[in-house]
Design a protein around this ligand. Structure first.
Ligand code: GRF
Length: 191
């Protein structure tokens, strides 16, 4: 059984993290989340991880020896696959080198549209509504040293209604994300 680490961000609700934890337990995903790493201790996502029986490691982005400590955690937990879920900064190159084709990210739009620096959270859904798109969705892709640029693994699409607000759209896209991420993990693991 492959072992996953989920890296969350400082503002995340942790819904993708929780979904991956549950998917590993209920058989939707053929891998188990055994490690959650958060840059902040007091986020809703950390509380959710604890409710689900995991004790997140707190590793602030700017902590001394960030890269070595991150690699140390991943190695000591014998992690095979790293899943970013709301992680808002670029990963150090040496982490990507240590896990070739084993670091994934989920983005709340159909990349390559609506990606890149500054395109996160509600900014993405606002841009989709402003552009008058009739379709949006979610993308899981490999992580590189640039924002949202790695090869696409899988996408899940949903319609945009003319009455949609960024908020209403974000709920529909989040449902897509939750179907997509476990499926994309299975694909990467060849399961
Ligand atoms: C998701 O929309 C994901 O696509 C993006 O960050 C958000 C995290 O949401 N990368 P959550 O914390 O998993 O609910």
């Amino acid at each position: 059984m492959s072992v996953i680490a989920v890296l969350i961000g400082s503002q995340g609700r942790g819904s993708n993290m929780a979904n991956l934890i549950r998917a590993g337990r209920d058989g939707r995903m053929l891998a188990e989340v055994r490690l959650v790493i958060s840059p902040k201790a007091d986020t809703p996502a950390v509380a959710v991880a604890r409710e689900l029986g995991l004790d997140p490691i707190i590793l602030p982005y700017k902590s001394e020896n960030y890269t070595d400590r991150l690699l140390g955690c991943l190695r000591s937990h014998q992690i095979n696959l790293v899943c970013l879920a709301g992680y808002l900064t670029l990963l150090p190159g040496s982490v990507l080198e240590a896990f070739p084709h084993r670091v994934l990210n989920i983005h709340p739009a159909l990349l390559p549209k609506f990606g890149g620096k500054g395109m996160y959270g509600m900014h993405v859904h606002q841009a989709v509504v402003t552009a008058g798109e009739t379709e949006t969705g979610a993308t899981v892709h490999y992580v590189t040293e640039h924002y949202d640029e790695g090869a696409i693994i899988d996408q899940e699409r949903c319609p945009v209604a003319s009455t949609d607000t960024p908020e209403s759209l974000s709920e529909r896209v989040l449902a897509c994300e939750h179907r997509l991420y476990p499926r994309a993990v299975n694909q990467v693991l060849g399961a």
